[in-house]
Design a protein around this ligand. Sequence first.
Ligand SMILES: Nc1ncnc2c1ncn2[C@@H]1O[C@H](COP(=O)(O)OP(=O)(O)O)[C@@H](O)[C@H]1O
Ligand SMILES: [Mg+2]
Length: 269
Amino acid sequence: MRVVAIRVKNFKALRDVSMKDIPGFAVMVGANGTGKSTFIGVFDFLKDCLKNDVRVALRKRGGFAQVVSRGHEDEAIEIELQVRMGIEAIRRQRLVTYHLRIVEENRRIAVAEESLRFKRGAGGAPYHFIRFRNGKGEALPETFDAFDPGVPLTRLNREEQDLDAPYILALKGLGQFRRFDVASQLRELIENWVVSDFHIEDARVEPDAGIAEHLDERGSNIALYAQYLREEHADIFQTHCSPNDPLRARSCRSSDCRHGRRACRPSLS
Ligand SMILES: Nc1ncnc2c1ncn2[C@@H]1O[C@H](COP(=O)(O)OP(=O)(O)O)[C@@H](O)[C@H]1O
Ligand SMILES: [Mg+2]
């Protein structure tokens, strides 16, 4: 399972930003204040939305007014993720799109739209398996019929659900049930991803001895993490950490970098 694309609207400095064909290892280079940390922060925000709820995640960042792009306070914050994942019921891969629209109206936070869509069959348009608005919505359990486009939609039983509050994600609730396998895989992915905003000055400190299975918040344990990768995941180490790797060389044009150096920003590990 991997995130292949993301689109973000009205999240702080990111007015409307999309990244497609995200590789397993990506490098972002840009002047200070251009939104690199903000972009990485979107992943952390989603994790907080799921672990707690959207209202708490916004409060932690100063409230809706601080998070929505300045001058666009009356618009929605939108996040759309595309994830390729295996679906248990059909033992096939599907491209799953998760869409989230968050608004503040009369000082109340609400998820105006939350949806999960993917194709029922090999072809055709993606179908909304889960769609919620302001805490109310419907979800189609992932039965075998649900993935057979020959079975008319009227024959499928969509479950109506009410969430406890409009600022709670349906993914958090539905993701607990096996019949909503996609929601539960996505929930697990978001809840468990590790977000690290790499700062070179922090990485220069001499590391303590130990094991690091993930980069920490600012990447200060990168030496230990690289050692862990080399010992436990030699294939990943070879692909991403080899200085001669052509992928890395392509990802960063030295002209973009003030010192002509390659800057690495491992965002997810
Ligand atoms: N709500 C907001 N609306 C618009 N811009 C914002 C908002 N909050 C912060 N910013 C701006 O976003 C920028 C921060 O970008 P940041 O992600 O830290 O950049 P980088 O990591 O590339 O140095 C700053 O210029 C800051 O003024
Ligand atoms: Mg930064």
